[in-house]
Design a protein around this ligand. Structure first.
Ligand code: ZN
Length: 306
């Protein structure tokens, strides 16, 4: 456990009213649980996440608003802890996890992962009781114009326990440092299990280059954490930012904007009507729709193996 991180969390809860009450409210949020093909999915009714779920991420809207991750625009109560020379650890004032942090760069630079995974792995070492996650600019990041990671306490996302039970195919590497494809029926998933940081970065770059088909970053969500002496990095390749139900009208509408947390098995519904309505079928449809199709992943695997 990192004492400075824990102190920051406790201090912010005690000294910042909004944060104190938002974390207290979290203990009363409604949760529904589903078992889909042997996997656990929880739905969390979390009204405070409405701003994130409905964040306008087009260029024009981003230019019009003040970036909430830039130090000059942040509330005076929000304190940060330096992480290296480029990042700051902040308590997320609108939590999903019992302990939820945002780790933005000091500089206002676009959300991107290439060349940044090493920092994410360092963060996993510093915050080894947390899962660190990354939402691509069109995959759930509500500030795609300001690079950031997030972290939440372990033991919350079902995928963290369940990934190792999935049937896996080793694509490249070995059992010490390897890139795997997991045969999950709803979400397509690549996993890097690595003892050596350099190897992890190398394997990630292979996957990244293979996923890259346009000058833009390939769409993805990433979860990473330390497990004993290893890093576990779960990559969800995406084909769609928001599912069709997000913009559907009438009964078909469901305000779910999936990011790493949702892909990891906790679906966030900021509206009560959606929390009441959502079924296992909705969850399966949403995850399938936004994930890169299985056939496409099979092509990528063949390409990597060549
Ligand atoms: Zn910014």
């Amino acid at each position: 456990m990192n004492k400075e991180v824990e102190n920051l969390f406790n201090d912010q809860l005690n000294q910042w009213k909004l944060v104190g009450s938002n974390y207290e409210a979290l203990s009363n949020v409604l949760i529904k649980e589903f078992d889909i093909n042997g996997h656990t999915y929880r739905v969390q009714f979390n009204p405070a996440r409405i701003h994130s779920s409905t964040a306008k991420v087009d260029q024009e809207s981003l230019l019009e608003r003040k970036c909430f991750l830039c130090a000059k625009n942040r509330p005076v109560e929000q304190k940060g802890l330096p992480f290296g020379t480029q990042y700051q650890i902040l308590v997320n004032p609108y939590p999903i996890f019992n302990k939820h942090f945002t780790i933005p760069t000091l500089q206002h630079i676009n959300q991107h992962i290439l060349g940044r995974l090493g920092y994410m792995l360092n963060l996993c070492e510093l915050m080894n009781e947390y899962v660190v996650f990354y939402n691509g600019p069109r995959c759930g990041a509500s500030a795609p114009d300001h690079h950031h990671f997030q972290a939440g306490n372990k033991g919350f996302l079902p995928i963290q326990e369940e990934w190792s039970e999935e049937e896996g195919e080793l694509i490249v590497g070995n059992t010490t440092d390897g890139l795997w494809f997991l045969n999950d029926t709803l979400r397509t998933m690549f996993v890097i299990e690595a003892t050596h940081k350099e190897k992890a970065l190398e394997l990630f770059n292979i996957l990244y280059q293979t996923l890259s088909t346009t000058p833009e970053e390939p769409m993805m969500n990433i979860l990473a954490w330390r497990d004993k002496h290893k890093w576990i990095i779960v990559i969800f390749p995406r084909q769609k930012h928001r599912p069709s139900c997000y913009s559907a009208t009438g009964e078909a509408n469901l305000l779910v904007s999936p990011g790493s947390v949702d892909m990891g098995g906790v679906i966030i519904t900021p509206l009560e009507k959606d929390f009441d309505k959502i079924t296992a079928k909705h969850i399966a449809d949403i995850l399938k729709e936004v994930s890169l199709p299985h056939e496409r992943c099979v092509e990528l695997i063949t390409q990597i193996k060549k």
